[in-house]
Design a protein around this ligand. Sequence first.
Ligand SMILES: NC(=O)c1ccc[n+]([C@@H]2O[C@H](COP(=O)([O-])OP(=O)(O)OC[C@H]3O[C@@H](n4cnc5c(N)ncnc54)[C@H](OP(=O)(O)O)[C@@H]3O)[C@@H](O)[C@H]2O)c1
Length: 215
Amino acid sequence: MPPSLTLVVAATSRDLGIGAAHGLPWRLPPDMAFFKAVTLGAGTATGGRRNAVLMGRTTYASIPPRFRPLADRINVVLSRSADADASLSSAPDTHVFSSFPSALEYLDSRSDAGDVFVVGGGQIYDQALRLDCTKRVLLTYVSEASPSTPPIVCDTFLPDFRVGNLGAWVRRDAASLHAYLASIGAEAAQALVPADASPREHNGLQYEFTLWERE
Ligand SMILES: NC(=O)c1ccc[n+]([C@@H]2O[C@H](COP(=O)([O-])OP(=O)(O)OC[C@H]3O[C@@H](n4cnc5c(N)ncnc54)[C@H](OP(=O)(O)O)[C@@H]3O)[C@@H](O)[C@H]2O)c1
């Protein structure tokens, strides 16, 4: 049985832009902190289980070398290249698969695997959104906070799952977002989300944490 998948993604509110020139189009530390707290969750504190992060080879390569593999999480990288397999698989708890089903089968076989988070990029989000086992999207909306903020320019986008062609998705309220974060033991992430989940600003950017669920 494939694990239940949750996408964790930050995207522009305007057109769901997520990337530029193989990197992130912004520097937004509060969202990085949220990402870390969510994907770590309760970590090994609960029954020795480790959460997993599932990503494409391009996204893995975009993580600064000193931060990869992402610590204390099972890192699963999708690549069709034998070279990537050889070079990445030697990193601690990092596993390369040449197809989505084989990656999910592997995670299902790991009795120590906790929650599974799909963390990008565009190709991998697109494929994950087409799978019935993808149940949730933690979406951080990002936008320019004022006319003086340089425009955010993107070349990679999240498919617009909100419009109905990728199943029926509903945006949950702030209480549901908090309840979900508590349910996965991500109290550190909860602490970053205002009680009413209203937008906040940082360095000229506005950001807003949202939770979407498949109906
Ligand atoms: N805003 C956010 O939250 C966020 C999060 C993550 C990433 N990003 C951004 O997204 C961009 C990268 O996205 P992307 O779409 O270019 O690349 P990506 O999805 O990260 O990775 C694409 C690569 O994954 C491999 N792949 C894709 N589907 C596969 C499959 N079914 N089986 C096996 N391998 C598969 C291929 O690797 P090979 O070429 O090795 O075969 C492919 O080239 C960057 O700008 C990054 O910063 C943004």
